[in-house]
Design a protein around this ligand. Structure first.
Ligand code: ADP
Length: 283
């Protein structure tokens, strides 16, 4: 389309992009990114996603952020799982977020992770969030743009599960440098995880690899590894999609207890070393 035709199309815009070939600025994916506020700095953004809920996505986000923070990187978590926000509880945070001249101030975990979550804004933590997709997406953009993110080396975005409206907006509006896909053994069989991988590919977001959670159980008496859900298919699914396996986490009562007690920061586990290395290797 020539420059003149393009200009005419823009002037006569009906907002129906499906039947229009004009190359408007609003079609440039870069223009859809939400800006940080002027006082904030975030070097790397890592999205943690899963095909469905309950596979341990938040747990992986928490362990990655907490471990990187203890290793000396300033880390943050943006809890984008608006309807199932479990991050503050895992870190034992229950106070309300406060504002400042520089923007909203994140809560700080014991180790120093900066955390923003809708649960830190609700009057009662048990109040349900009953919002439509665009409202949730707007809140996530506000968390990004209106928080004072003070010199963050790595921000972990705990994404809502699935491939719906909200993950789509996050992918479009936040500058995600890489994704970590969390899955459970059953999830792999059901191919839900492949949908999440394919969504990332469609959005041109690099996938750093797959973490399999609840992979096995170690018998407390004899130490034998029991594959509760049958043999793992994670290597196979990863290879098929050209991805790396970044870690396998067993079902570990110590993990569940730490979350319940709000003490995830006190845990030191090495199940996710592969994921940490992949994040640190990002330039
Ligand atoms: P998601 O974010 O995918 O919905 P969560 O991280 O909230 O899932 O995990 C769901 C529940 O399972 C939480 O109570 C969490 O403590 C527990 N959990 C997750 N992974 C493990 C594990 N490997 N061992 C024991 N409990 C786990």
């Amino acid at each position: 389309m020539s420059e003149n035709n393009n200009q005419t199309a823009i002037e006569n815009c009906t907002h129906d992009c499906s039947s229009c070939g004009a190359s408007c600025p609003s079609r440039d994916p870069a223009s859809m990114k939400a800006p940080l506020n002027e006082f904030s700095s975030v070097k790397k953004v890592i999205g943690v996603v899963s095909g469905k809920g309950g596979v341990g996505k938040s747990m992986v986000s928490e362990l990655i952020a907490s471990t990187l923070q203890k290793q000396g990187l300033q880390t943050a978590i943006l809890d984008a799982d608006i309807t199932g926000p479990s991050i503050p509880q895992a870190f034992g945070l229950h106070q309300s977020l406060r504002g400042s001249e520089m923007g909203m101030l994140p809560a700080k975990s014991d180790s120093g992770v900066d955390i923003v979550s809708v649960n830190l804004l609700l009057e009662n933590e048990t109040d349900p969030v009953v919002w439509r997709g665009p409202v949730m997406a707007g809140v996530i953009q506000q968390f990004w743009s209106e928080t004072f993110w003070n010199d963050i080396d790595v921000m972990v975005v705990d994404m809502p599960p699935g491939t719906g409206d909200v993950p789509l907006t996050v992918f479009q509006s936040l500058p995600v440098d890489g994704l970590i896909i969390v899955t459970s053994p059953q999830d792999l069989v059901s191919m839900i995880v492949t949908k999440a991988i394919n969504m990332a590919k469609m959005m041109n977001i690099p996938v750093l690899g797959i973490v399999e959670n609840m992979s096995y159980l170690t018998c407390p008496d004899c130490g034998k590894k029991i594959s509760l859900f049958g043999e793992s298919h994670v290597e196979e699914v990863a290879a098929k999609n050209g991805l790396k396996v970044l870690g396998q986490i067993p079902i570990d009562p110590a993990l569940a207890q730490a979350v319940d007690k709000g003490a995830i920061d006190n845990l030191n586990v090495n199940y996710l070393d592969g994921a940490l290395d992949a994040i640190k290797a990002l330039n």
